[in-house]
Write a protein that binds this ligand. Structure first.
Ligand code: NAD
Length: 354
């Protein structure tokens, strides 16, 4: 995109929705998954740090930075399980991409919708490497804001044709059923987690509760199943009974972050886990036998957001799906920042720089 460096393309929620609908939801998630896989394959190149989390009694606010040496990205994201009961989103986010060479931002965007897209893309990408190849049915436990994105990503990327939905709140399940009509997926409402996991080769848990919850008990996870555990992503906030972890081969994004935030916070700090990027490069094995339980202990890592940001940046060219933000003060003479302010006061009678 050729542009003045002080003007930053901004993708509002409205424009994000237009862009995603223009391209197609499943296509966007398939292409974000390809970007994530490409970035995971060059994993050693990235700056990596566990996200910086500010916890309160009711939720968490986090910053997620990374860089590949050419571009720098970060996401601001919150997690407030109680928000939904107040008519607010549990998770909201926005993010920024910058040019490492100048430090100037090159994209500012909403990321609430983009986070749902990238989380689902990441889940389905992990499952493509780990789930049984013949899995066509997924149990979807937790039918909130992320749920349809998860279902559609598994449809597009893993060939799932049936989702069995369960939520403690039937209103959420009805919403999901309604939204998935015409999607090509057969969606079935279930009355219990036991009913939801019947015949499912993949179990996704995507609930929100600020506690050690037991969404899946040990007896619900049979041999050969792939578990995609999305909702346990904070200290003191997990979804799986510990015994499931002890029977599973566990795959993670970035161990220093997952050991703090993921299901594996319930295990010893040296419990063996496999890093997904190594499965993608072929350095580590994924699923090795049909009876193995594979578990993706998803917490969401900065590189996935970086991949999503660079994907959106790449898609904007030639579209009208952004606004130009006058965001960076950039005087013609770089040392004359104050002079720029003075000239603005001259142009606006009644306003003084002093
Ligand atoms: N791993 C990641 O990368 C990632 C990314 C985004 C969100 N998340 C997490 O995913 C979770 C879901 O997010 P969301 O935006 O869909 O939240 P949401 O509040 O919109 O939906 C959560 C749903 O879980 C249901 N639920 C709560 N307890 C349950 C239980 N015991 N059994 C069944 N259902 C239950 C609620 O009724 C609600 O419908 C959150 O915990 C969020 O922090 C993780």
């Amino acid at each position: 995109m050729t542009r003045k460096l002080n003007v930053v393309p901004f993708v509002s929620v409205d424009n994000m929705m237009k862009l995603v609908l223009h391209l197609g939801v499943e296509r966007v998630m398939t292409e974000i998954a390809a970007c994530i896989e490409a970035d995971f394959r060059r994993w050693p190149l990235f700056d990596k740090t566990p996200r910086v989390a500010s916890h309160s009694d009711v939720g968490v606010i986090e910053l997620m930075p990374t860089s590949d040496g050419k571009m720098y990205g970060f996401k601001y994201v919150n997690g407030h399980p109680k928000n939904m009961r107040e008519g607010l989103q549990t998770v909201t986010a926005f993010g920024l991409l910058a040019d490492v060479n100048t430090g100037y931002p090159i994209l500012l965007t909403e990321m609430t919708i983009l986070t749902a897209l990238r989380t689902a893309a990441m889940s389905a990408l992990a499952a493509r490497h780990l789930a049984p190849r013949d899995a066509r049915t997924m149990a979807m436990i937790g039918n909130g804001a992320q749920a349809e994105f998860q279902a559609l990503a598994f449809h597009a990327i893993c060939g799932i044709d049936t989702v069995r939905l369960y939520d403690i709140d039937p209103v959420a399940t009805e919403k999901c059923l309604r939204n998935l009509k015409g999607s090509g997926l057969t969606a079935i409402a279930c009355k219990s987690p036991e009913e939801a996991v019947e015949g499912a080769g993949i179990i996704t848990t995507c609930t929100a509760d600020k506690q050690y919850a037991t969404i899946l008990t040990d007896n619900l996870v049979g041999a050969g199943v792939h578990v995609n555990a999305v909702g346990g992503d904070c200290p003191g906030k997990t979804e799986l009974h510990r015994d499931i972890l002890l029977r599973s081969s566990i795959f993670v994004e970035y161990p220093p972050q997952t050991r703090i935030e993921g299901e594996i916070q319930q295990l010893a700090p040296d419990h063996p886990v496999t890093e997904l990027w190594q499965v993608m490069t072929g350095a580590a094995a994924g699923r090795t036998d049909a009876r193995q339980i594979t578990l993706f202990d998803s917490v969401g890592f900065a590189i996935e957001d970086f991949s999503a940001l660079r994907y959106i940046h790449g898609q904007l060219q030639g579209t009208g799906f952004f606004e130009e933000l006058d965001m960076i003060a950039d005087p013609d003479e770089p040392r004359d920042l104050y002079g720029m302010l003075l000239r603005a006061s001259e142009a606006e009678p009644g306003i003084s720089a002093a």
